[in-house]
Design a protein around this ligand. Structure first.
Ligand code: COD
Ligand code: ZN
Ligand code: ZN
Length: 374
């Protein structure tokens, strides 16, 4: 049936309020306006940030909402004035868009875009696209991939290789790129260096992959769930530590193992205490700590400023420092050329109807990435 120009009724997982399970609903998705495209989502991963929103831990989120920000799909129709993409093309939605015009987009050192919801949360309100049972449903980061069809602004997608397997490269839309890019772009891990990775979910394991590709000689993986260690080793970790196995703080253990601290440490848990532990684990004089996790918005970080005065660098990384429009297609080509591992992150695949089961697997620490399919 020809759908161009018509409202599409399709399946989506709606979160009516924080703390409740998702409901599979029929939602209405309007045709794309000028500068927008409508995309059929084929596959989407479950990321811990979605779970943070389920529990109301991120600020400025409005409910009801359709979550999902790690998807891949096929263009169904294209609004006026959109160039460079046509129905049938494969795309990855960008939760961090790239307008190409703002002061951050024009700065080669930055991957932030002032049109993103993280910079301009009020922009989201003007762009509500879904309705369900007569109610407007909010979007997550302007992309909402837990819907069979979604509307994307022209600045919020990357066109990718026609042959890319969407149920794998969807991870390039968030978790893989966030972790891998933090090691390769943000920290710029050097060959022969030592690294410590706190938290071995999809993001932390992608940091491990990035450190390995960058040629680190020692990659120390830290997690309180030891069932994560086998996969961490498979992906390149040289040592795995459970802080609960030691009667001294984990940063002391790391310093003792590495002659005073690591070159690079990465926080991929989202706890303010672990952020300070990661900073303290980096070597004075030259160590760099990269914060990747987002903590509950009520939490604040506190540490001795001498840690910085003595020559450590503290950095943050959002979407691995990648400018999505340019870097995501390249990441997909690199995946197709087998330049890095990624398939190993997928532990479960479920139909969208079983989304609540997928979130239970994450909560139980049993999954790395669950891929939901429509
Ligand atoms: N010490 C060590 N490990 C711990 C601890 C602890 N105290 N607590 C939990 N962990 C481990 C868990 O066992 C788990 O293995 C891991 O930490 C966390 O993994 P996941 O699978 O729950 O989460 P990820 O990898 O999907 O995401 C982690 C983030 C920290 C990136 C995420 O929570 C987050 O904060 N995202 C927002 C940051 C961001 O840039 N987002 C972009 C869009 S997501
Ligand atoms: Zn994510
Ligand atoms: Zn911009």
């Amino acid at each position: 049936m020809e759908t161009t120009g018509k409202v599409i009724k399709c399946k989506a997982a709606v979160l009516w309020e924080a703390g409740k399970p998702f409901s599979i609903e029929e939602v209405e998705v309007p045709p794309p306006r000028a500068h927008e495209i409508r995309v059929k989502i084929v596959a989407t991963g479950i990321c811990r940030s979605d779970e943070h929103i389920v529990h109301g831990l991120l600020s400025r989120i409005k409910y009801p909402i359709i979550l999902g920000h790690e998807g891949a799909g096929i263009v169904e129709s294209v609004g006026e004035e959109v160039t460079g993409v046509k129905p049938g093309d494969k795309v990855i939605p960008l939760f961090l868009p790239q307008c190409g015009k703002c002061v951050c987009c024009r700065n080669p050192e930055s991957n932030l875009c002032l049109k993103s919801t993280i910079s301009a949360p009020q922009a989201e309100d003007e762009k509500i696209k879904f309705t369900c049972k007569g109610k407007l449903i909010n979007r997550m980061a302007q992309i909402s991939t837990f819907s069979e069809y979604t509307i994307l602004d022209e600045i919020a997608f990357a066109k990718i290789d026609d042959n890319a397997p969407l149920d794998r490269v969807c991870l390039i839309g968030c978790g893989f790129s966030t972790g891998y890019g933090s090691a390769v772009n943000t920290a710029k891990v050097q060959p022969g260096s030592t690294c410590a990775v706190f938290g071995l979910g999809g993001v932390g394991l992608s940091v491990v992959i990035g450190c390995k590709v960058a040629g680190a000689s020692r990659i120390i993986a830290v997690d309180i769930n030891k069932t994560k260690f086998a996969k961490a080793k498979e992906l390149g970790a040289t040592d795995c530590l459970n802080p609960q196995d030691y009667d001294k703080p984990i940063q002391k253990v790391l310093k003792d193992m590495t002659n005073g601290g690591v070159h690079y440490s990465f926080e991929c848990i989202g706890h303010v205490d672990s952020m300070v532990d990661a900073l303290e684990s980096s070597h004075p004089g030259f160590g760099t700590c990269v914060i990747i996790g987002v903590a509950p918005y009520t939490d604040k970080i506190s540490f001795d400023p001498m840690l910085l005065l003595t020559g450590r660098t503290l950095k943050g990384s959002h979407f691995g420092g990648l400018k999505g429009k340019i870097s995501v297609p390249k990441m997909v080509s690199d995946y197709m050329a087998k330049k890095f591992k990624l398939d190993e992150l997928v532990t479960h695949t479920l139909p969208i109807n079983k989304i609540n089961e997928g979130f239970e697997l994450l909560r139980a620490g049993e999954s790395i990435r669950t891929i939901l399919k429509f």
